[in-house]
Design a protein around this ligand. Sequence first.
Ligand code: AOF
Ligand code: ZN
Length: 364
Amino acid sequence: MAATALDRRYMAAAIRFSRRHHGLTGTNPSVATLIVKDNVIVGRGVTAIGGRPHAETQALLEAGEHSRGATAYVTLEPCAHHGKTPPCANALVTAGITRVVSAANDPDDRVAGKGYAILRDAGIEVVTGVLAEEAADELAGYLIRSSRKRPEATLKLGLSTDGFIGRKGEGQIAISGPISRAQAHVMRAETDAILVGIGTVLADNPQLTCRLAGLEHRSPIRIVLDSHLRIPMDSELVKTAATVPVWIAARADADPAKRQALIAAGCKILATETDCGTTALPELMDDLAAQGISTLIVEGGAVVAASFLEEKLVDRIVLFEGPVELGEGGVAAPDLRSHMAHEFKLLYESRFGDDRYSEYVRPL
Ligand code: AOF
Ligand code: ZN
């Protein structure tokens, strides 16, 4: 039987539920499962913090005997491999589930179609691709890292009404209001890492942590593109490196004494450079993915943003446009409009107080 309108409603609920552990499941995606019997949700599960147990195991545990003859809604194809837990596909079979409705397919080599095969071989009716686009958006970090071996990159920009991101020599300027600021910190809580160029560190001395009450422990890894290790030892980043990780992408021949001092202060130095000595973004992104980073926010400044766009490494653009005019001395944003017109589509728009918020995605 094809998917019904009710199937789509349960799947939409499952996708919303999967957000609960977004950013908390390590390299494993945050997946959700709902078990529904006679139009009642009898079990729910979301991938546990740290990545295990998987969503299905927990939903089945909650549903108990009610799983017999029930439908399972899964936001990702159930796994087929023996990891630290037995395969979820087998667990669904054993529990007596008779119908599985799935949203996204799992590109992991150990799964990729094998999960569905286990279910079908056991006589379970399987419907795939229900709200696939919505689920893929939620799972973007995992899907991009698995298939392209790099993190999902979100370019975040605060823009004035006249299209500037700041004013030269004036450090951090408040362009957007308090609701935007809170939203930006929620983004930090949900992402694995945040990246800036050394110019931003020298101009603004940012902390790049999540400073929302109760979420301070969810600050991302802070990454700086700093070929010549110019980062000041008394910068906010270096001063806090022992508590919230700081990774610095530098040239191999950068000052060895400074390198040692930074390592002693708790920073990690990444060696990613091209023959001509500049930081190579595609190699850096490969390296970050290999180190388990699935989601990355690119937060400044204009040169770094432009390089990411040029290299086609941006998957999502998030704009906070405040009611401020910067005029003379404004630092221009990268040429977003041409990229957005050709490569991205508008996903969501809202108002945050006096600010306009918009989110663009590159179709997968
Ligand atoms: C599921 N349900 O909730 C999640 C799945 O290291 P392991 O054994 O935990 O396996 C990680 C893989 O499991 C991951 O790459 C992805 O294929 C799948 N994630 N699968 O059935 C879940 N989070
Ligand atoms: Zn599983």
